[in-house]
Structures are given as structure tokens and as C-alpha cells.
Design a protein around this ligand. Structure first.
Ligand code: AMP
Length: 117
């Protein structure tokens, strides 16, 4: 089991120690623009909880947080106007390319989104 590092960059973002460009937030999630976008729209959604990756989250997060997380993903997608046009990625483990060990979903789309921020 991987150990959660409270000093990872997303933990710092959740604590307000590092700024972010927020797209959507509620009591369960924070969604913000990726600092190095690899698509026209590239947003990360993270849960407000200490989980290293999707496996840790699925196995150990309380169901209220799991439900709240996926609801937050949907609300983020709606806000971006991407309901029928987006890709999700959840890199898991260093071998996959995961660089930040706080569970996150990449939401990516190469189409222009329909709402202004
Ligand atoms: P992964 O490689 O799946 O762990 O994805 C981590 C993502 O976090 C990368 O796409 C980075 O560009 C992004 N990232 C790292 N630091 C920040 C930051 N301070 N604000 C926004 N995105 C970040």
C-alpha cells in the first residue's frame, strides 16, 4: 500500500498554499486547470481526501466521498460544456506516469468549450 505524502502539490493546493485556476468546487472535490495543458481543455479533478491513486480511493474512501467525487466530475464536465465530448485519464503508479500522488482524474478535450469563465 502506498503512503500518502501530505506535502504533495495537490495537498498544498487543497490547503490553499499554492494557487490554482478553479473550474468547480464543492465539499467533496476541487477541479482546476492543469498547469501544463496537453489538450485545448485540460482540467484535473481531485477529491478532498488523502488518497494516493484511484485504487486507494476506490478501496478506502467512504461511499459519501466516492459518490460526491463522481458527482463533482459530472458537474465539472457540465460546467465545461463537454457532456458528450471528453476523455478521462487516471494514471496510477509511477510506472504509468503518475507524478502527483494524490488521486486525480484528467478531463481532456480538444474541442472548444461552450461557456466563458
Ligand atoms: P499525473 O502525471 O497523472 O500525476 O498528472 C499530474 C498533473 O498535474 C500533470 O499533468 C501536471 O501538469 C499537473 N500539475 C502539476 N502541478 C500542478 C499545479 N501546481 N497546478 C496545476 N496542475 C499541476
Amino acid at each position: 500500500m502506498s503512503v500518502y505524502d501530505k506535502n504533495n502539490v495537490f495537498a498544498k493546493i487543497l490547503r490553499g498554499e499554492i494557487p490554482n485556476k478553479t473550474v468547480y468546487e464543492d465539499e467533496f472535490v476541487l477541479a482546476f486547470y492543469d498547469v501544463s495543458p496537453r489538450a485545448k481543455v485540460h482540467v484535473l479533478v481531485i477529491p478532498r481526501g488523502e488518497y494516493t491513486d484511484i485504487y486507494d480511493f476506490a478501496q478506502n474512501a467512504p461511499l459519501t466521498l466516492q459518490t460526491g467525487f463522481w458527482n463533482g466530475v459530472c458537474n465539472t464536465v457540465e460546467k465545461l460544456g463537454l457532456r458528450n465530448n471528453f476523455r478521462t485519464i487516471a494514471n496510477t503508479g509511477r510506472g504509468s506516469g503518475q507524478s502527483v500522488m494524490h488521486f486525480h482524474i484528467h478531463i481532456m478535450s480538444d474541442e472548444r468549450f461552450t461557456e466563458d469563465f
